[in-house]
Design a binder for this molecule. Structure first.
Ligand code: GCB
Length: 580
């Protein structure tokens, strides 16, 4: 699906701003989709609803929530008019002027619907009902049992049972279930004959083929541009050539534009000449062995929740450059298109992850078909981004389960089939009994999350080093590249300890030194991504001090002690040929 664009043939109008809002219940109230809300609250879109009000009901909400926006717009006769949502978590129903337009499932990818037959010039009423419930069939996966049941040995448990067992979300994942209209809403127009989709394949020799799907079946005209200069011209589906192309490199990105034209439509698709593949135990970008330095991240911030914050995205990339990082993973869901556009421009390598976290034996049968769809949709949305160098099918599924191999191999094949650039594919795993893992080594790159010294052998870094070493010896035998996609320790900013005890900034620093000492011994380890870039919000619990504190930066993006260590370490590690 193309990102909406304002150009000489297309108009784009933003519907972002203050919307009317009401929290609902567990049953859908259709009236809230047909008529103006009674006594609505006011909320900003795009942003999660949870943290926008000083009100616990918003924070803990379970079930439906209703958004409404009134708008007028100058309608151009004969134009195709499309309403587009960047992402609404987790599922929604959209009505316009009392009529249902679309239902969409999944909280991290865009969807759109034509509205030219349903809009009026004045006073349209757009209504969106959003459901934030998660369970075994959603991605991400929610638990369906109440953990409070573990307290059932209390002598008076029966009397509190009713209260404890109230319906609420029990995420089977470690990030706050921020929901709502999380990304921008817009209306855009095209001609009735329009460009539906564009796929660019460019190899480092300078050959480029632009495929364009059009509504009328007409073959689109293609110009390859560098700035204003036309370097090559032809038609969709033809091989075009750019002599001595400037390659897209890590930290030194260079983007070209494919101008795709029909008589009355036009789209400017950025692309790059760069090549990604694995070879033996190397991960090659433009033929050179790459070393990933970076983070697992979240889309998470104060007030916005999981809502897009482009200023924060700019800051995060700037901090990544400050710390000498070159990459991150979109843990644990597809990030906004705006963030990927920025990474294309900034030369940051991205591992793009499907929203599949918390998968286990109970969910496998229920998520499979939907997982295939969401994976294909993600790759279709993101296929042209040069910044994406690998796809991740999921984070930490139960990959020891007997069902795991048969679940993941079709997804692995699907990812390769959907991707015109055939980027490497991985599934990020974390199993204590890693010898029995059925998925990791079947992927192109083995990606491991590991918390020795934290969850396993807490505080004992000697034991942690030994355990990490044993695990690396095991995975070395597969002769594939391996990355540590998560490792880390919580550090509460401002807690210091000369003895480097857990939760102090010193412990976090010592932890990373110890782990990196082991990882540095193994040339097949092609990358280290610390967990996490910044502190982030999670569900409340005894394991979390106002959220997960494994950030190298605080939630408001201030560096902890370990940030200075990584800045120094990564300055000394080149992007290419490390340990080679
Ligand atoms: C993990 C998960 C991540 C958690 C992290 C932690 O393995 O992939 O989502 O936040 O551990 O800090 O526990």
């Amino acid at each position: 699906m193309l990102y909406p664009q304002l150009n000489e043939k297309r108009l784009k109008i933003s519907l972002d701003g203050i919307w009317s809002f009401l929290l609902g219940g567990e049953e859908l109230d259709e009236q809230c989709l047909r008529e103006p809300l009674k006594n609505p609250e006011r909320l900003y879109v795009p942003a999660s609803f949870n943290d926008q009000k000083a009100d616990k009901r918003f924070y803990e909400h379970y079930g439906w929530a209703y958004y409404q926006k009134r708008f007028s717009l100058p309608i151009e006769a004969g134009k195709r008019t499309v309403l587009r949502f960047g992402a609404v978590a987790h599922s929604c129903i959209v009505y316009l002027n009392g009529k249902e337009l679309i239902r969409h499932r999944g909280g991290f990818l865009p969807f759109e619907v034509e509205i030219q037959n349903d809009i009026k010039p004045v006073d349209n009423l757009l209504c969106v009902a959003v459901d934030n419930r998660i369970n075994y069939s959603t991605l991400p996966v929610g638990n369906e049992t109440n953990h409070a049941m573990f307290s059932s040995s209390l002598p008076d448990f029966e009397s509190v049972k009713k209260t404890v067992l109230k319906n609420k979300n029990y995420p089977n994942f470690d990030f706050f279930n921020y929901c709502g209209i999380n990304r921008s809403v817009c209306i855009y127009t095209t001609d009735e004959s329009y460009i539906q989709d564009i796929t660019v394949c460019a190899d480092i020799s300078g050959r480029v083929r632009v495929d364009a799907k059009t509504s009328c079946g007409e073959r689109a005209k293609i110009d390859i541009l560098s700035g204003d200069e036309i370097l090559a011209s032809g038609f969709a589906g033809e091989d075009l050539y750019v002599e001595s192309p400037v390659l897209w490199e890590i930290g030194k990105p260079f983007l070209y534009t494919a101008r795709v034209r029909l008589e009355n439509d036009c789209y400017y698709q950025k692309f790059a000449f760069r090549e990604v593949k694995t070879q033996g135990d190397s991960f090659l970008i433009n033929g050179k062995p790459f070393y990933f330095k970076g983070f697992g991240k979240h889309e998470d911030s104060e007030t916005h929740g999981r809502g897009i914050d482009e200023a924060l995205n700019v800051k995060d990339i700037s901090l990544m450059k400050w710390i000498n990082a070159n990459s991150f993973r979109t843990s644990h869901y597809p990030y906004s298109e705006e963030m990927l556009n920025l990474c294309d421009e900034e030369g940051i390598a991205v591992i793009a992850e499907a929203p599949a976290v918390g998968l286990n034996d109970k969910s496998y049968d229920k998520t499979f078909e939907y997982h295939k769809q969401v994976l294909a949709d993600m790759i279709n949305r993101d296929k042209n981004h040069p910044c994406i160098v690998m796809w991740s099918l999921a984070n930490e599924p139960d990959s020891v389960s007997e069902k795991a191999y048969d679940y993941f191999m079709p997804l692995y094949e699907l990812a390769h089939k959907c991707d015109p650039q055939s980027r490497p594919v991985t599934t990020v795993v974390c199993n204590n009994d890693y010898v029995k893992d059925r998925v990791a080594a079947a992927m192109d790159v083995i990606c491991i999350n590991r918390y020795y010294g934290w969850y396993i052998f807490p505080g004992d870094l000697d034991a942690a080093k030994q355990a990490m070493n044993e695990e690396m010896k095991h995975f070395e035998s597969f002769k594939k590249p391996l990355m540590i996609t998560e490792y880390g320790a919580d550090a509460v900013s401002g807690i210091h300890s000369a003895a480097s005890t857990m939760f102090s900034e010193e412990f976090q620093l010592e932890y990373y030194k110890a782990m990196n000492e082991v990882l540095d011994k193994y040339p097949f380890v092609v990358g280290e991504q610390a967990w996490n870039f910044a502190d982030f919000q999670t569900v409340q619990g005894t394991m979390r001090v106002d959220g997960n504190k494994k950030g190298i930066f605080t939630r408001d993006r201030r560096p902890k002690l370990a940030a200075h260590y990584f800045k120094n370490r990564w300055e000394g590690i080149p992007d290419f040929n490390y340990k080679r």
